[in-house]
Design a protein around this ligand. Structure first.
Ligand SMILES: C[S@@+](CC[C@H](N)C(=O)[O-])C[C@H]1O[C@@H](n2cnc3c(N)ncnc32)[C@H](O)[C@@H]1O
Length: 328
């Protein structure tokens, strides 16, 4: 018997099922994507492996990696609804200290299917490797593509507070009226969210999980309630958790068993309304405002004692070497 497609199931399904609310497939995205009917998914949000040799990937020649990505992208385009979006979040492939931004090399694989790039969103964060031979990387990008000109996008769902919410036009025909949209302003294409490191409330054992708020912005603006959201490289389930929290349907595949288990636990917590998440629009933590003593700036020479502190610090580093620098 066919069930009502608008009814959301509370259990997590193992395989793609039209009536499900959440699906977590334990296996490769190649296999999972093949099980999804054409034009079913409203939004695909993912961050694929970058071919850096992390614990969850085998580093291969760049050409081989790109060929593989091209095939996955083609399948994603097949399952995407005509009004749907793909958001592909990537950083750099690095070889012998040379960086190859993956968005540059992956772009043609979307463009060849006629997908339109609407934004190249820069995600800025504060923490990461400390490089010694180039500037430390503190951003990654999200390429947002749509399948057609007629795409879902609701800016009002993701507006952020105006800098001067009560400001009014001072003269002219609009004098006295609010100068900014009272619903808030467009968040722009540079997003500042802390990446999920040790002190983050959402941290699991996964080395590179999405912050929920990053996925939330995409889910809220690019889908409606009950629409399907897919992440072929699911990791610990962030995309499905965000979809569930926002009243959408979420599905994804992950090939590492350890992550699949964590994804299931997190999504179940999202369904039960107890998943710990960093609330949207929380200001980025500023240790100086939090009154931390370690924020005392020893470069500011207030008196002789401070100047002496800085000289000591420099000498200490010179003798011991700066062990936190990475050869990247
Ligand atoms: C960059 S991580 C994504 C993390 C995810 N955004 C999160 O919030 O947890 C990429 C993930 O893709 C998984 N993966 C790699 N190849 C895969 C494949 N062929 N099928 C499914 N998952 C794969 C890896 O195990 C890894 O967990």
């Amino acid at each position: 018997m066919r069930r009502d497609p608008h009814q959301l199931e509370s259990e997590i399904f193992d395989e793609f099922e039209e009536n499900a609310r959440a699906v977590i497939f334990d296996g490769s995205c190649e296999k999972f994507l093949a099980s999804i009917p054409d034009e079913t998914i409203q939004l695909i949000v993912t961050s694929p492996p970058y071919n850096l040799g992390k614990t969850y990937e085998k580093r291969v020649h760049l050409d081989e990696y790109l060929k593989w990505q091209e095939q996955i992208i083609a399948e994603c385009v097949r399952v995407l609804a005509p009004s749907g979006s793909i958001c592909w979040q990537v950083g750099n492939f690095v070889i012998n200290g040379e960086i190859i931004p993956l968005d540059i090399v992956l772009y043609p694989f979307f463009a060849k299917h006629g997908l339109k790039l609407r934004n190249r969103i820069v995600w800025h964060f504060e923490h990461g490797l400390h490089c010694s031979k180039r500037l430390s990387g503190r951003h990654e990008t999200i390429m947002w593509f749509t399948k057609s000109e007629d795409y879902k996008f609701d800016l009002d769902k993701i507006r952020v507070p105006q800098k001067y919410p009560g400001k009014r036009h001072f003269k002219g025909p609009k004098a006295g009226q609010l100068s900014g949209n009272p619903l808030g302003k467009n968040p722009g294409d540079v997003w500042v969210f802390p990446n999920v490191k040790n002190n983050h409330v959402e941290k699991t054992v996964h080395p590179c999980q999405f912050p929920v708020e990053l996925v939330d912005r995409l889910v809220l603006s690019l889908t409606d309630k009950n629409d399907w959201v897919l992440d072929p490289f699911l990791g610990v389930g962030t995309t499905v958790a965000s979809a569930v929290l926002r009243g959408r349907r979420g599905c994804g595949s992950e090939k590492m068993k350890e992550y699949v288990e964590i994804a299931r636990e997190r999504v179940q917590k999202a369904i039960d309304g107890v998943l710990p998440v960093r609330p949207m629009n929380t200001p980025v933590y500023d240790p100086a405002n939090a009154g931390k003593s370690l924020t005392h700036n020893s470069w500011t020479l207030v008196d002789d004692k401070d100047s002496w502190n800085q000289i000591n610090l420099v000498e200490e580093v010179r003798v011991a070497g700066w062990s936190k620098s990475e050869d990247c």
